[in-house]
Design a binder for this molecule. Structure first.
Ligand code: NAI
Length: 335
């Protein structure tokens, strides 16, 4: 079969070539989207990362396509309805190390509430060892509100207990065993917003979770709480987030993900592609305001990015491809 991989690193290319020796493989060092299509169009399988945007236009441009393999857990960068209408299957990497994202979540959290990023900048930029403005707060004894207790959220609960935090959680499908084992209650979404000192988001992005935190409910958040988002930018309405930060509802935010983050990463490309109205320009502007705020830490969708996790992601993706070729695909996403 003809397989196209987008944005693989060189060490990954080598492993993929060895693993899929009998197949016709092509590598493209860019993300796939309607403006970045390969010259050849007759691929049976494409493998992409979250920086690709596989919409109906991309599917139309690749008429032989039968299978999309995303090297990620999230699949909101793929138009599943369009795939279903063309009988194209989609697979993801359901789990590659829940610890990887959970550990990063605590990295962001501690960096934010102990102002490590400000201290680091100050020493690097002006060589000052002053403690002025660098006082933080403890994790121990604080209430952590975990929104979404799936694979990553449940690992976050376990780590939080190690820090002696109180945990409360919301999930439409509560995990009774987890709550008994780690002794925490499930509450309503509103109650978690009202009671948590630190909120952390671990839900998938879809129509139901779009702007889960928005201008109508953000003021429910306990005054002075912190928000950590390592799930997807679109879970939080950016304008509401800025308002909450400005008004002191939130003391700070640690964000590994932003709404319209693809545009922020490639603004030049966005501008010159000539159809900026398709994206929410207001959100792009709002992201710049967030970037400039000194109670906000932004990282470039980096929570997954450890050597161990990448190895596991690649192994599962290659297995997804092999099992598809053998006629018994695994890790299929419901389209
Ligand atoms: P999962 O599918 O194991 O768990 C998601 C949980 O969210 C489930 O328990 C589900 O019931 C719950 N949920 C669904 N709707 C909800 C709602 N409205 N409110 C509260 N809970 C809700 O997913 P997993 O593996 O824990 O990953 C979560 C998300 O993290 C992924 O969908 C992905 O978007 C993001 N992620 C981000 C990464 C990064 O590098 N920043 C890396 C990997 C995942």
């Amino acid at each position: 079969m003809k397989i196209a991989f987008f944005n693989l690193e060189n060490w990954e290319k080598e492993i993929a070539e060895n693993y899929l020796k009998d197949q016709e493989i092509s590598f493209f060092d860019y993300a796939l989207n309607k403006d970045n299509l390969p010259e050849e169009k007759d691929f049976d399988i494409v493998s992409v990362f979250v920086d690709s945007e596989v919409d109906s236009k991309v599917l139309e441009a690749l008429p032989q396509l039968k299978f999309i393999v995303t090297r990620s857990t999230g699949f909101d960068h793929i138009d599943l309805k369009a795939c279903a209408s063309k009988n194209i299957l989609v697979s993801n990497v359901p789990a590659y190390g829940d610890n990887t994202v959970a550990e990063f979540t605590f990295g962001l959290m501690i960096c934010l509430i102990r102002k490590i990023f400000l201290a680091y900048d100050r020493i690097k930029e002006i060589g000052s060892f002053s403690l002025e403005g660098l006082r933080g707060v403890d994790l121990k004894g604080k209430t952590l509100g975990v929104i979404g207790t799936g694979r990553i959220g449940s690992r976050v609960v376990k780590i939080a207990k190690g820090f002696e935090m109180n945990v409360i959680a919301y999930d439409p499908f509560p995990n009774k065993k987890l709550s008994e084992e780690f002794n925490f209650p499930y509450l309503s979404f509103e109650e978690v917003l009202k009671s948590a000192d630190i909120l952390t988001l671990h839900v998938p992005y879809n129509e139901k979770t779009h702007h889960l935190i928005n201008k109508d409910n953000i003021s429910l958040i306990k005054k002075g709480a912190y928000l950590i988002n390592t799930s997807r930018g679109g879970i939080v309405e950016t304008e509401a987030l800025i308002k909450a930060l400005k008004e002191g509802i939130l003391a700070g935010a640690g964000l590994d993900v932003l709404e319209e983050e693809g545009v922020v990463k490639d603004e030049m490309g966005f501008l010159f592609r000539g159809h900026p109205e398709e994206h929410n320009l207001k959100t792009v502007l709002a992201n710049h305001i967030l970037i400039d705020m000194d109670n906000v830490i932004i990282t470039p969708h980096n929570a997954f990015n450890t050597q161990e996790a990448l190895q596991r992601i690649l192994e599962t993706s290659l297995e997804n491809i092999k099992t598809f070729i053998q006629g018994s695909p695994v890790n299929l996403v419901k389209t």
